[in-house]
Write a protein that binds this ligand. Structure first.
Ligand code: ADP
Length: 663
């Protein structure tokens, strides 16, 4: 080929070779050497570009294309496309591209299409969705109609990025749909100003349907200025660390300017780009107002219930005092074997039972309110156990049950509150007696394991089913409420035991092989070293008292009178008064050895009476009688000048013990 005339066809890779080899003389174009200059220039341009290019030339739209274009065109079309007329080659899409080409050929400008769908049939023979970004530009040629010799196509196939974009959009749509269905509120904030990019319907609802998208949080929700939310958003954006909140109070403005108070659980999560930079924040959460308010109501009701229980138990104690005194008096003043003595004993037993229930109620409310304090001392466990067994002996005898006590080691000491530990052991043992039939056996076993004392109470009674076992320590829980009602019980005993044992640093467990197979309780308490000296608990019961002068002051007439009768029956001299004024007037005149003084007196309370008696310098011993027996109550009594404190209803034996101290 003559280099001068055909030089414009040099190079161009595979397509350059094909164009050079093509027999152009068989086409309307004829010998390339004679082609118009603008066609030569365009073909040269096409063969020396790595960009996909295509030319339609002349009225027949004879086609040229380069290697880069060839890769997109598909083998089948490629074999015939070079030198072919455009209308024939692209028949399948001519209705789409034909008008565009004609526009350019008519000299009416050029076209530009971005990511445009031009489906074509590729080598597989299948029609494919192909996206192109392309321009059709005119090639000027003075001899041609309208001065336009052909059309230069510069194109790029954009299928891969268009499909990727479409997939991204579809995925975005899908997660937006998911977000829209979420029962929680969600939004996406972008940039450091926290601009709303997306919010789901729950989020719009939360904010009263106001406009959000495109606005900053500060603009859209100005009322949260000053609430912690804004600072938190700034912090998350700055630090790239998520933050969350539970039941956080939120105050929003509603139409009409009213404030709306809510509680929300929420998470602010940073949205991070490929470079690790925070670009926005994903907010999601729940409106938990209803559950927070319901919980508050429950807590308040629970508190009121505790208060009511405490008040009820306290009020129930008052009438028990005179009844107990009266029953004691009946027993003391009647002849053994008489009906009166039997009735007195019956009343005494029932009062004891009632007092026990009332005490349990009081304990529960104090425990749940965290008001119990332990009076700790060094205790020999074996001694405590012996005391409890002794006190339960009558019950065991009555049920014909045998209690077998074994102590692997006698000298096991703990630091504990004797009264409370007796209460725990008594509760567990009473249950064993209660839930074991007549003639049953109860084993009590004391041993030590790893610095813990273990007290086992094993019975062969009704047992506990596996489902119920984990629940026996719950408050007010009873496996079968129809069982053993005659024995009383509120379903609080074991919950008190567990709490008290925990307060001692120990734990209690319940085991059973099932219904009818007995129960096994274990109380474990931390051991201490054997103390050098144990307190010497003297037992005053039964010792003879010398007669004393007692002034009884109580506005509860029955309580005061019955106590006076009891004391008189023991040979003491008593005077009973029902008001503070009488008490103050009589204290010295009577020359009382001891003043038994009720605290809850009208007008002037017992503390004040005590202070005035002390101020006058009378030497009588003052004993406070009250329904309250907490350490702070006792301290208050001592501060007012009392010598001692007794909790009502008074157990006569305890009163006698106290009198013994002063006689
Ligand atoms: P209650 O006052 O009803 O005895 P407790 O809290 O002491 O309350 O006990 C809770 C429940 O545990 C009892 O109602 C009973 O069903 C079950 N329970 C406790 N101890 C035993 C036992 N030794 N044998 C079988 N069941 C028991």
């Amino acid at each position: 080929m003559d280099q001068n005339n055909y030089g414009f066809l040099s190079g161009g890779g595979e397509m350059g070779e094909l164009i050079r080899a093509h027999n152009w003389n068989n086409t309307a174009l004829g010998d390339p050497a004679a082609w118009p200059q603008s066609l030569k220039t365009s073909v040269r341009l096409l063969l020396s570009s790595g960009h996909p290019m295509f030319i339609w030339w002349g009225p027949d739209l004879i086609q040229f294309y380069n290697d880069a274009y060839r890769r997109s065109v598909g083998l089948a079309r490629h074999l015939s496309a070079l030198g072919q007329g455009g209308r024939e080659c692209w028949a399948e899409i001519w209705d789409m591209i034909g008008p565009q080409i004609e526009l350019v050929m008519a000299g009416d400008g050029y076209t530009w299409h971005e990511n445009h769908l031009v489906p074509i049939t590729r080598r597989s023979g299948k029609r494919e969705e192909v996206y192109w970004t392309y321009s059709y530009s005119p090639i000027d040629n003075p001899g041609s109609p309208n001065g336009i010799g052909g059309v230069l196509v510069i194109c790029t196939e954009a299928t891969v990025q268009v499909l990727a974009e479409q997939r991204k959009k579809a995925a975005e749509l899908r997660w937006r749909e998911l977000f829209n269905q979420s029962p929680g509120f969600m939004c996406i904030l972008s940039g450091p100003q926290h601009i709303y990019e997306f919010a789901n319907p729950r989020y719009f609802d939360l904010l009263g349907g106001r406009e959000l998208i495109g606005k900053t949080v500060r603009e859209a929700v100005p009322e949260v200025n000053g609430q912690e939310f804004e600072q938190l958003l700034d912090e998350v954006y700055r630090s790239g660390k998520a933050v969350s909140g539970m039941a956080t109070p939120l105050s929003l403005a509603r139409l009409g300017g009213n404030r709306h108070y809510l509680y929300v659980d929420f998470v602010y999560q940073p949205i991070v780009d490929a470079n690790g930079e925070v670009t926005g924040i994903f907010v999601n959460g729940y409106d938990v107002t209803d559950s927070v308010l319901a919980k508050e109501i429950l807590i308040e009701e629970d508190r009121r219930k505790d208060e009511f229980l405490a008040m009820l138990a306290h009020e129930l104690r008052n009438p028990l005092a005179p009844i107990r005194n009266a029953s004691e008096l009946l027993i003391q003043t009647s002849t053994p074997g008489s009906n009166t003595r039997t009735i007195g004993a019956l009343i005494a037993r029932q009062v004891t039972q009632l007092t026990h229930l009332v005490d349990e109620l009081l304990d529960v409310s104090r425990i749940t309110q965290g008001k119990i304090e332990l009076q700790r001392e060094s205790l020999l466990l074996d001694g405590v156990i012996q005391l409890v067994i002794e006190s339960l002996q009558p019950l065991l005898t009555k049920k014909g049950q045998e209690l077998i006590y074994e102590a692997d080691e006698q000298a096991l000491y703990i630091q504990g509150d004797m009264i409370r530990l007796i209460q725990c052991l008594t509760n567990v043992l009473m249950n064993a007696i209660k839930y074991t039939g007549v003639g049953g056996t109860i084993q009590l076993h004391l041993r030590s394991v790893d610095q813990m004392a273990v007290i086992e109470v094993i019975d062969n009674g009704i047992g506990i089913s596996p489902e119920m076992l984990p629940r026996v320590f719950e408050l007010f829980f009873q496996v079968d409420q129809s069982l053993e009602r005659s024995q009383g019980g509120l379903g609080v005993g074991l919950s008190i035991v567990r709490r008290l044992v925990q307060m001692h640093g120990g734990y209690v467990t319940a085991m059973s092989d099932g219904l009818g197979r007995g129960s096994h309780f274990e109380i474990c308490l931390p051991l201490i070293e054997e103390p050098f000296m144990l307190e010497n608990n003297k037992n005053y019961i039964g010792e003879k008292l010398s007669p004393m002068r007692l002034l009884i002051v109580d506005d509860n007439v029955d309580s005061a009178d019955s106590l006076a009768l009891l004391l008189q029956s023991k040979g003491h001299k008593t005077i009973t008064v029902y008001s503070a004024h009488e008490a103050l007037a009589l204290a010295e005149k009577f020359g009382a050895d001891i003043v038994l003084l009720d605290i809850g007196l009208p007008e002037i309370d017992g503390y004040e009476v005590a202070r005035r008696i002390r101020a006058k310098g009378y030497t009588s011993k003052l004993v406070a009688l009250t329904g309250y027996g907490k350490p702070e109550d006792i301290q208050q009594a001592l501060d007012a000048g009392f010598d001692a404190h007794m909790t009502k209803p008074i157990v006569f034996a305890e009163l006698e013990r106290m009198l013994q101290r002063y006689c």
